[in-house]
Write a protein that binds this ligand. Structure first.
Ligand SMILES: [Zn+2]
Length: 288
């Protein structure tokens, strides 16, 4: 990873997008190893801090990106890493990869196994390859005691079956970027899973069904995330240059979710942060 220039005062967000959460937030899904962040990660993290997003979980979606996520977590205060293989890349799973992840999990800054799971929407890897890779990572979570960071798209019933048979073996699991139906949500809550919400709820084309559901998630099971650079909220009050999503916009998502839950932003900020700190066992304390 190349050296980055310090750009402390480089706040390029339009004024209408300079939010500040009323209490420190944890962004549980930030793909900061994505190439779009190479040039200005320092500035991105400064803006996150200005927005009161004080801890971030950097998503590791394959071995290379997981190693980069660990490196970032060592370079920057408040950053932690996950390490796993995304269902899109599941066809690459093999015994050698499994051993490499096993070694990587000894790194102190890795707080979850994942991103792993099932994506029957795009099927970039075959369903059987996805299930095989996910099953192996469920095994790694069971062996290490680490929580799971799970991706599920259009695979709710198969996910439920697989998690049901593993539930007693694994400690905790979050369905990140939940986009499913009420029935799927209730099934996950019955399995005592955690739920991660993104700006999907801000998407009038496909996310408004979540407005009716978010109230059903207990505060001690709910966490928030950007999934940046993807999923830029579609209802932002100003245009975002380049349309890249970033952690500094998380307070906007919190505002939206709080509205539909009928609670204050402050309360939601505090509860999601407490939940995330317990789930990922974060011991560093965020500074306000
Ligand atoms: Zn995902």
């Amino acid at each position: 990873m190349k050296a980055r220039s310090d750009s402390l005062s480089d706040n390029t967000l339009p004024e209408a997008l300079q939010f500040r959460a009323p209490a420190p937030l944890v962004d549980i899904g930030a793909n900061l190893t994505h190439a779009s962040f190479f040039e200005d990660l320092d500035a991105v993290l400064h803006r996150a801090r200005d927005a009161n997003v004080s801890q971030l979980i950097v998503t590791g979606t394959d071995l290379e990106h997981a190693r980069q996520a660990v490196t970032l977590s060592q370079q920057y205060v408040g950053l932690h890493a996950t390490a796993g293989v995304h269902p899109h890349d599941a066809s690459r799973w093999n015994a050698e990869l499994e051993r490499a992840f096993h070694t990587l999990y000894r790194e102190a800054n890795i707080v979850a196994v994942g991103e792993c799971g099932l994506d029957f929407n795009r099927n970039f890897s075959s369903r059987s390859d996805q299930e095989r890779a996910f099953e192996a990572q469920l095994g790694l979570a069971a062996q290490t005691g680490l929580p799971l960071f799970i991706h599920e798209r259009d695979a709710g019933s198969r996910m439920r079956e697989m998690l049901t048979s593993w539930r007693d073996e694994i400690s905790q699991a979050v369905i990140h970027c939940f986009t499913g139906s009420r029935e799927t949500l209730y099934n996950y809550l019955d399995l005592d899973l955690h739920i991660g919400l993104t700006g999907w709820i801000c998407d009038e084309r496909r996310g408004h069904h979540l407005r009716e559901l978010v109230k059903a998630i207990p505060a001690d099971r709910l966490m928030v995330e950007t999934d940046c650079p993807y999923l830029l909220p579609r209802n932002l009050p100003a245009k975002m240059k380049g349309r890249r999503h970033e952690p500094a916009l998380l307070p906007w998502i919190v505002r939206e979710i709080a509205h539909w839950r009928g609670e204050s932003e402050q309360r939601l900020a505090q509860s999601t942060t407490a939940t995330a700190q317990a789930f990922f066992r974060l011991t560093d304390t965020p500074e306000e």
